[in-house]
Design a protein around this ligand. Structure first.
Ligand code: G16
Length: 543
């Protein structure tokens, strides 16, 4: 095989964020930009002879071109084989599963997740290690360091590979195997859940609506929910994968999953409604006129896990990201299992799962998952809920309300201020930090500040330390405000304000979250001065 060595110049902006490198497509289309980053990944790894790389993406614009480049670079950098999803498509959890099932050396996933796609929108790339999970910080830091020094990359002279048909192509001893993107994952799901009970639940007249948001879970939902569970074709919305997600923003929340929200709050609302995001790892769960916060969803799945065949023996422990509400902590305490609090980013759960310390984990950002893979998993969460509905015969709303009666309610909301100029966002963070010494003991209405800090985490498995993970204002009553800057945006800054108050009062539990949190929202503005420093009076998105 002939291999070219191409001279290049380093880019200074290839620092992976919360989940890989995400930039505008036009940035990735600059000469050498993609190649530099891929070579920086490969230069970080010690690739054994004939190793296999799993490769796929969420089908967004630029996916196909990038995959052809990466195949040529994998061949030139010593991989013996690439395992790639048909048409270059793999959902993120399916890619994680393939890495684990076929014990490949690692995987490259092309996705900007819930960010919009298209020539003027976003693209992304990340590396997952052999456990199937996103590379930990020590690897992403090394990739970034390489990207700042790179002077050349390697490319094999290979023809474009046809990714449309399943099969094996051998090129000068290098193997490209195109596999069905759905079947391995569908089999895994069928082995974990009580499909017979869910089928009976649907056959008894219960209705579901699933919205794939024109993104990668479309084919997975058709196979699993449609073919294997018998959901009717009209219950599966927006299931054709499109390069720009039908012009939408494939983020499953109450603002962007508008089509689904109309159905779930409409006159003929189904018993259960759910959506997944661009690359299939996020989920939103709704009942008939009822929204389940991701934090409550995690807690409820943990509390009822024994009703799901895969977890019938119980859970080893649970984990949540720091900004996620403490609802699951209460469940863990009752179950007598460990509960870990990690920084934002799925990569922090990997060590805990590999060490057998946790079975379930989740994040407020619409991510829930378990140790069946090493990514969060949207359709898995949907199947958890369907399994619980079928096993209990309850509605979504009654399951959640009963959960609150038992454990109390962690009333929760996240306010996002998107597209804020970076200097203004930094000014908000600096303003809060400047008050660290004086805030404890101060009284704001009915709230007294107890402690403030910038969250840092020491991984209990490998001892690695991650600092600067979000500002926490903890109040004497147990309520809290967390403020951090998103690590997944591609334009300006997104300020995330996370608000949480705990109540055991049944009357308070009935309230809408924004109503129940109204005073805490005002207090968060007083302390952060966010409206004054950014000129924003309202958040862009409330979840
Ligand atoms: C990614 C990470 C998640 C994180 C989310 C939001 O999700 O994998 O762990 O919670 O981003 O991060 P941030 O608040 O920094 O924007 P995804 O679905 O975008 O890969």
């Amino acid at each position: 095989m002939s291999i070219q060595t191409v001279a290049t110049q380093a880019f200074s902006d290839q620092k992976p964020g919360t989940s890989g490198l995400r930039k505008k497509v036009r940035v990735f289309q600059q000469p050498h930009y993609l190649q530099n980053f891929v070579q920086s990944i490969f230069d970080t790894l010690e690739i054994p002879a004939n190793a296999t790389l799993t490769l796929g993406g969420d089908g967004r614009y630029f996916n196909k071109e990038a995959i052809q480049v990466i195949i040529k670079m994998a061949a030139a950098n010593g991989f013996g084989k690439v395992l790639v999803g048909q048409h270059g498509i793999l959902s993120t959890p399916a890619a994680s599963h393939l890495i684990r099932k076929y014990q490949t050396f690692g995987g490259i996933i092309l996705s900007a997740s819930h960010n919009p796609g298209g020539p003027d929108d976003d693209f992304g790339i990340k590396y997952n290690t052999s456990n199937g999970g996103p590379a930990p910080e020590k690897i992403t830091d090394a990739i970034f360091a390489n990207s700042k020094q790179i002077s050349q990359y390697k490319l094999a002279d290979l023809p474009e590979v046809d990714l449309s048909s399943i099969g094996v192509t051998t090129l000068d001893g290098f193997v490209v195997e195109v596999i069905d993107a759905v079947s391995d994952y569908a089999e895994l799901m069928e082995s974990m859940f009580d499909f017979a009970a869910i089928k009976r639940w649907l056959a008894a007249g219960h209705r579901l609506t699933f919205d794939a948001m024109h993104a990668v879970t479309g084919p997975y939902a058709k196979e699993i929910l449609g073919n294997r569970l018998g959901a009717s074709a009209d219950s599966l919305m927006n299931c054709e994968v499109s390069e720009n997600f039908g012009g939408g923003h494939p983020d499953p929340n109450l603002t962007y999953a508008e089509d689904l929200v109309k159905v779930a709050y409409g006159a003929q609302a189904p018993d259960f409604a759910a959506a997944s995001d661009g690359d299939g790892d996020r989920n939103m769960i709704l009942g008939n006129h009822f929204f389940v916060t991701p934090s409550d969803s995690l807690a409820l799945i943990a509390a009822n896990a024994k009703l799901i065949p895969a977890y019938a023996q119980g859970l080893s422990g649970v984990a949540r990201s720091m900004p996620t509400s403490g609802a699951v902590d209460r469940v863990a305490a009752k179950l007598g299992i460990a509960c870990y609090e990690t920084p934002t980013g799925w990569k922090f759960f990997g060590n805990l799962m590999d060490a057998g310390r946790v079975t379930l984990c989740g994040e407020e950002s619409f991510g829930t998952g378990s140790d069946h893979v090493r990514e969060k998993d949207g359709l898995w969460a949907v199947l958890c809920w369907l399994n619980l509905l079928a096993a209990t015969g309850e509605s979504v709303e009654s399951l959640v309300r009963k959960h609150w009666q038992t454990y109390g309610r962690n009333v929760y909301s996240r306010h996002d201020y998107e597209g804020v100029p970076t200097e203004q966002a930094n000014a908000v963070m600096a303003h809060i930090k400047a008050q660290f010494a004086s805030l404890p003991g101060q009284v704001f209405g009915s709230y007294t500040v107890n402690t403030v800090d910038d969250f840092s985490y020491t991984d209990p498995v490998d001892g690695s330390v991650s600092t600067g993970q979000g500002l926490r204002i903890l109040f004497a009553c147990g309520s809290r405000v967390v403020i951090r800057l998103s690590g997944t945006g591609t334009e300006g800054a997104t300020i995330r304000v996370y608000l949480e108050a705990f109540t055991q009062d049944p009357a308070q539990q009935q309230l809408d979250a924004q109503e129940a949190l109204a005073e805490l929202i005002t207090v968060s503005h007083q302390i952060s001065q966010l409206p004054q420093l950014t000129g924003r009076q309202q958040p862009t998105v409330i979840t």
